[in-house]
Design a protein around this ligand. Sequence first.
Ligand SMILES: Cc1cc2nc3c(=O)[nH]c(=O)nc-3n(C[C@H](O)[C@H](O)[C@H](O)COP(=O)(O)OP(=O)(O)OC[C@H]3O[C@@H](n4cnc5c(N)ncnc54)[C@H](O)[C@@H]3O)c2cc1C
Length: 342
Amino acid sequence: MRIQENVSLRDHSTMRLGGEAHYLAEIKNIRDLQEAYSWAAGNHLPVIMIGRGSNIIWRDEGFGGLVMVNKIMGREVLAEDNHSATLKIAAGENWDEAVKWSVDKKLSGIEYMSLIPGTVGAAPVQNVGAYGGELAYTLLELEAFDARLNAFLKLQNHECGFSYRSSRFKTADRGRFFISSITLNLRKAPPAPPFYESLQRYLDEHGIDKYTAKTIREAVIDIRQNKLPDPEKVSNNGSFFTNPIVEAAKFEELKRAYPQIKGWPVADGRIKIAAGWLVEQAGFKGVHDQQTGMATWPNQALVLVNENAQSTQNLLAFRQKILDKVQQMFGIPLEQEPEILP
Ligand SMILES: Cc1cc2nc3c(=O)[nH]c(=O)nc-3n(C[C@H](O)[C@H](O)[C@H](O)COP(=O)(O)OP(=O)(O)OC[C@H]3O[C@@H](n4cnc5c(N)ncnc54)[C@H](O)[C@@H]3O)c2cc1C
């Protein structure tokens, strides 16, 4: 394992902004992980583990510690019966390639999350989800290095604190666990309706009535490719704000003022509002902001794009314009999805 010094972090975030890492190492196996961590601990340096950088933005000041880039590879089928298969996938694998691998095996459960950028190891951190699926529905357990106990351990699904786009890895235990693999249990039965509304609409419009993991994956890929920019070509972090959840009374009040507002009930009776709609109504659809070099994606205003921003400061200034306008119009404070590091 090689520890590099003064490495630009721009290529380690798909927003392509931010300063330098004092130290950076590619972690290719468990031994690298232990060695790198011990080296940093011995030098009293903070450590961050990342994957592809599709959900992070680096500050202009950079990071004064060690960035560990997870490149641990490997996939295996651990067990199989007539109904399901148990797959173990190393954290550095590309998430979408892992989805394809499972779909090629005619297994169902994660096809709804096709084409989500990034690595397998980051998927539990925000409990990745899309089109009605989320990682927590199929994850059995994961393996991680626990920096507090200085040991590798396994965490079962119920120990991960999963919720909507969140987990203990993103909240109470942020930075404590370095995930090295995940284990999923996927079904052999094909996916069955009811499907997520926009997915079902796509299936109907395209006359697809044979539901398999493959047909669902292809549908999701087509929908996503039409709506979202490819982060390898266009600098962005996907949805920049999460969908806010408001009390039913607040939603009714908004509906009187904005009859077109889009919302859907969640389990506790509150209403989740489409953040993209709020941003669009606030006048930020397809905007190119000359002052900051930032833009919003024409097909999805929720995606902030770095066209020619000079710094993370530019991005934060553009973000503030959106936050202020949405707050002023709707009285809703939007929450940011990608994490600003450190
Ligand atoms: C165009 C686009 C579309 C997207 N669509 C979706 C979507 O539909 N649904 C969705 O949920 N997300 C979506 N995202 C967000 C992103 O793809 C996911 O959050 C993904 O899991 C991030 O993976 P990554 O490897 O890039 O993680 P990074 O951005 O590198 O890291 C994200 C976080 O995880 C931590 N982390 C990473 N790897 C590890 C590890 N091995 N151990 C411990 N901590 C780790 C990092 O420290 C950081 O806190 C989208 C992003 C883009 C750019």
